[in-house]
Design a protein around this ligand. Sequence first.
Ligand code: GCB
Length: 591
Amino acid sequence: MQRFRFLCILLLVSCGAMAQSFMMNPYGRSHVVCLNGKWQAIIDRFERGEKNKFYENKVAESNTEFVEYGFSNGLRLDVPGDFNSQLPELKYYEGNVWYQRYFTAGKTAGKRTFIYFAGVSYQTKIWLNGELVGTHEGGFTPFQFEVTALLKEGENDLVVLVNNQRRTDGIPAMNFDWWNYGGIMRDVFLIETPQVFVNDYLVLLKKGSTETISGFVQLQGATSVQKVMLSIPALKVSSLLTTDNNGYVAFELKAKPQLWSPTDPKLYPVSIAVAGDTVSDRMGFRTIEAKGTEILLNGKKVFFKGVNFHEEIPQRMGRAYSEADAAMIIGEVKALGCNFVRTAHYPQNEHIVRMAEKEGIMIWEEIPLWQGIEFTNPAILKKAENMLREMVYRDKNRAGIVVWSVANETKPSQYRDKVLTELVELTHRLDATRLVGAAFDNLTYKTTENTFVLNDNLSKVVDIVGVNKYLGWYMPWPVEPSKLQWQVATDKPLIISEFGCESLYGKHGFNEVASSWSEDYMANNYRKNLETFKNIKNLCGTSPWVLFDFRSPFRMLPGNQDGWNRKGLVSDKGMRKKAWYVMKNYYESKK
Ligand code: GCB
């Protein structure tokens, strides 16, 4: 715990003018104003806005003055929401888009105000009343800034510049197999707090115990000891804690919560209060550990019946952002019989994470470190660390999260090994209670032994290994499925974190011909994969790629793809393909 706090402070010091390292939980606070809605927007194709000071939001004051931009009476975009799906001409757009809105605020003595963005893709620069507030990089994690000093009584003018241009030094980088949605994609809030407020907290089972709840509370703005009330009414916990001069207190309490699990996802209302400020949350208590080659949930062996999905609503051809979207996605996850998801390939919005947790779904959450990353560039480690920290800060209290993952399909090299090993170590330091994993696709096939092996240093430092293998699609079957052997990370739990193939809903026949794009080929391919997985002795779960067909600029085969990756078990129109039933039966057979 002390370590966690130390890292918070370290990050605060190292971030400078960037977003604040700590994140409040806006969903559990009462003094929150939601800034979602229609925002004015300017598409700034030639990046003239900064030079021409769009952030001043000027209006010509005389008929000899020319101001050649304007937010009023122009384009309006929905926030939250990606911009690409809102206008046909923005479908493939990568570049600058300016957003602007007014909001009314009061300046109250003794109050502080923060602006919180749940997710903006990919780079963000923010001005309030013409003054620069700060910048942020990374499309899938929240960030916030204090704006108390810039706030005006009455009308305030908020301008946000968003840029989603792919970058060689970005995470993800130049190529990725999903749509490059840009924009203010998630909720935006103004959060008002007193001078001293609950900034961060951790409330979970102490490692190795089911009868001790431990954690910390960190206040902001405290310069002397403070009293903090921690309550979990259903457990009869009501504990008055005393912080140190910096507003920090670690605690341990005796309690015997009913444990959270997929069959009984019990969540307890928790509240944390300091004079004038209360934060509420709903939390589950469970243990997760790797023991030899098994994964134990609450001390019992568990098999991850999983599936992958993107943060996308295929029917709308846009990003998922609301609670209703989360209900649709998690509803389909449950219908397949899953108890686990991999929120590929990035931290998805909090509605999804919280909905999964509420429905008893365990989560593998990953930073968007996907193939093609410029590991030789020293900036990459810092950016990845920041994304990792923002992910862990946001979700460390979620019982549903069981695995933090640092990467997907990266090529071993001296630079990559160094960066990813450091990220694994950092994750362990930030959170010693969950498993740390990564997904690998670099298996070697030993022909003489009909065996897959994995020779990768990274697999030695993670707690759980994910293997992505597209047998019968990118790679033909080297032998019959039942003869294929797997000697991969044999001393730890392994999950097949991706497998599958493409098919177009409604195409039938040719169950042995991949190029048929038929549902029958796909269903047969699933049967064969499930057959060979029987030979993986350390198999702890499967997570097919992917729940829904999703949009991708990689996939341009006319007739079959047309800009869609067709590996969905459910089509873009929401229809279940034959392979869906194969997977459903498999999960039903796995008790
Ligand atoms: C993978 C990637 C995933 C792709 C998938 C595919 O290995 O991890 O992001 O979408 O394969 O369809 O090729």
